[in-house]
Design a protein around this ligand. Structure first.
Ligand SMILES: Nc1ncnc2c1ncn2[C@@H]1O[C@H](COP(=O)(O)OP(=O)(O)OP(=O)(O)O)[C@@H](O)[C@H]1O
Ligand SMILES: [Mg+2]
Length: 287
């Protein structure tokens, strides 16, 4: 009897201890883990497929949902910076990556809800040459942005249209890749190269990297080829394809010249609605 009672007490102590550890484990996995920003890049080596348009409008839609969002303009064309009325003459991502500025100090607030920016700069194009002989040259961005993880819910980074050193830095830093895909001829061939690049990056630079989804952009139902591409890619990649399809809309192409995301420029536009739907899908897919 005494032995049984001792066992019971021991079991209760272990249960209490275990549940304490369990709650600590749960706390770390679900609370602390979720307090870290989800780091998403928009990657397609092809130019003009909607990377920047998706980065700005998805960011604004996430901001409108109440999430704290940072946009990082890592393309030397700096289109993202202008699209949210950002100021490229202030601190830029080039200064951050080249060690002249701290990332936190380079953040500028935009006039849009929950939306901050690290501006782009034409100088970013020079990084490829400047870093070429450096050891660990693919990890400069990751080191430069390491202090930002706890400050935001989402960090969205716009890539240039190439698979150069800048894009490798982006892939080494990111948690998720979104692949914007224009529904046109040879889309599938381009996708194969993207998938191979991501597989290689996972093997060598960033084992944690995940593809969040393939996003069809500039879709027009009047163009038969657009639907053929959607059908082919969806059949092959299945759940990897976002349910949301971004339609072609003139208002989406006008908004950047006014320095506004679409949900501010014309919130009832079909493009605004599509990016709102995409934001909800992204929240569901980001774990
Ligand atoms: N859904 C859309 N409907 C109409 N025009 C669009 C749409 N998405 C993007 N565009 C326009 O297409 C052009 C290319 O888009 P965007 O700049 O987003 O592509 P990108 O992939 O970032 O290009 P780059 O590779 O040069 O950086 C821009 O003029 C943009 O305004
Ligand atoms: Mg772009």
């Amino acid at each position: 009897m005494v032995i049984l009672r001792s066992f019971n007490i021991l079991f209760q102590i272990l249960t209490v201890k275990f549940s304490k550890y369990l709650s600590t484990i749960i706390y770390y996995f679900f609370i602390v883990n979720n307090m870290k920003a989800h780091k998403i890049i928009f990657f397609n080596q092809k130019g003009g497929v909607g990377k920047t348009t998706t980065c700005v409008n998805l960011g604004a839609a996430l901001g409108a949902l109440g999430y704290k969002v940072l946009l990082v303009d890592f393309d030397s064309q700096a289109n993202l910076t202008g699209a949210v009325s950002g100021d490229g003459r202030k601190s830029t991502i080039y200064q951050v990556v080249s060690g002249q500025k701290n990332a936190v100090d380079a953040i500028q607030k935009t006039i849009f809800e929950n939306l901050s920016l690290i501006a782009g700069s034409v100088d970013t194009a020079g990084l490829t040459v400047e870093l070429v002989d450096e050891a660990e040259r693919e990890f400069y961005l990751k080191h430069a942005l390491r202090d930002l993880d706890e400050m935001f819910d989402y960090i969205l980074l716009d890539c240039p249209p190439s698979i150069g050193l800048e894009t490798m830095n982006a892939l080494a830093w990111a948690e998720y890749v979104i692949i914007p895909l224009q529904c046109e001829y040879l889309a599938m061939e381009g996708l194969n190269l993207i998938m191979r690049t991501i597989t290689n990056v996972k093997r060598s630079l960033n084992p944690e990297l995940k593809i969040m989804g393939i996003l069809f952009t500039m879709y027009s139902k009047r163009v038969l080829l657009n639907q053929d591409v959607v059908d082919d890619v969806s059949e092959y990649f299945k759940d990897l394809v976002f349910k949301t399809i971004i339609p072609r809309s003139v208002r989406l192409s006008e908004a950047p010249s006014h320095g506004m995301p679409i949900n501010v420029y014309d919130k009832n536009n079909v493009g605004a609605k599509a990016y709102n739907a995409l934001a909800k899908e992204v929240v569901e897919r980001a774990w």
